[in-house]
Design a protein around this ligand. Structure first.
Ligand code: GDP
Ligand code: MG
Length: 308
């Protein structure tokens, strides 16, 4: 693996004391479970707030945020250490270009992740969008095809622009659950999660507000309209996922170069068909032989020999 610069996590000092205390406590819990590293992969469409969310979690401007320009083509991993614990966050460029999932962007991300272990996937979208479409499903499908369905057991849906005023007639909680449900449907369809397996894939949906104008509580923590201090809430959700009994995703050569992890085994289909063909042929041959060996009844002998 290429040399990775790990800097001290100074950004954690930028958080208000209340947030900092909660974060250190949460990381302490992980260390008690002998987890000393956490690698978070951030994915989603362009402009939804992936890079801003990375910066918010770190408490510093580690990656570039851009309102109008498209993002750079390469993923970036930022590593920060705090009291023997290392946090890696991988920011990625958006997967969509010209209305389609850009396969080349997906390939670049996969290659970048080679030999890394993804502990958690943050799938980022905006809260203040009212509709989902087929493209959302395609983005989820591209992620699933790359890393396998199991990545969603380590997935969090992060909804940026969390400090919104819902449209008339809906309160914040109602709006949030409507948007969450719509996105969960997209994830379920795109990842091919069957209804009966939903319990195994209880994917948390977490609102965040990256804007500097985010409201704060009396402890100076950034809060959402429902009063939740969202940074510790997001970090707690991430840490709970790591302890839910599911496996982290090791991105090895087999995963990125082999067959689509969701279709593994499908390459056997031609072999199975060939095998079935041979078995059927063999049965037909046996039946023919049996027929030949059977003594012929007189009318058969007659029709086989026109003289009679
Ligand atoms: P990315 O392309 O997904 O990495 O998105 P960026 O993080 O670069 O953000 C795109 C634009 O949305 C920037 O102008 C950000 O300032 C803005 N933005 C991102 N997250 C939020 C948020 O939660 N609230 C608000 N108001 N703006 C946001
Ligand atoms: Mg970005």
């Amino acid at each position: 693996m290429a040399y990775q610069l790990i800097r001290e996590w100074t950004g954690i000092q930028q958080f208000p004391l209340a947030t900092r205390t909660k974060l250190i406590e949460l990381l302490g819990k992980l260390k008690q479970e002998n987890v000393n590293t956490l690698t978070i992969l951030v994915m989603g469409k362009g402009g939804v707030g992936k890079s801003s969310t990375v910066n918010s979690i770190l408490g510093e401007r580690a990656v570039t945020v851009n309102a109008f320009q498209s993002e750079g083509p390469r993923p970036v991993m930022v590593s920060r250490s705090q009291a023997g614990f290392t946090l890696n966050i991988i920011d990625t460029p958006g997967l969509v270009e010209g209305g389609y999932v850009n396969d080349q962007a997906v390939e670049i991300i996969k290659r970048f992740l080679l030999d890394k272990t993804i502990d958690v996937l943050l799938y980022v979208d905006r809260l203040d969008v009212y509709r989902t479409d087929n493209l959302d499903k395609q983005v989820v499908k591209a992620i699933t095809d790359s890393f396998g369905k199991q990545i969603w057991r380590r997935g969090v849906v992060v909804l940026t622009h969390g400090q919104l005023s819902p449209p008339d007639g809906l309160n914040y909680e109602d709006f949030f659950s409507r948007r969450s449900e719509a996105l969960m449907r997209v994830v379920r369809l795109g990842a091919g999660i069957r209804k009966q397996d939903l319990q195994d894939f209880a994917i948390p949906v977490i609102p965040v507000e990256n804007s500097g104008r985010c409201n704060k509580n009396e402890s100076d923590e950034k809060i959402l309209p429902n009063g939740t201090a969202w940074i510790p809430n997001l970090v707690k959700t991430i840490i709970d996922l790591v302890s839910n009994g599911s496996k982290a995703i090791l991105v090895d050569k087999k995963l990125i170069e082999g067959p689509n992890p969701n279709k593994r085994g499908k390459f056997l289909i031609p072999l199975i068909v060939a095998f079935q063909y041979l078995v059927v042929k063999q049965i037909q041959r046996t039946i023919k032989d049996d027929i030949k060996k059977e003594p012929k009844v007189p009318w058969e002998v007659r029709s086989a020999n026109p003289k009679f």
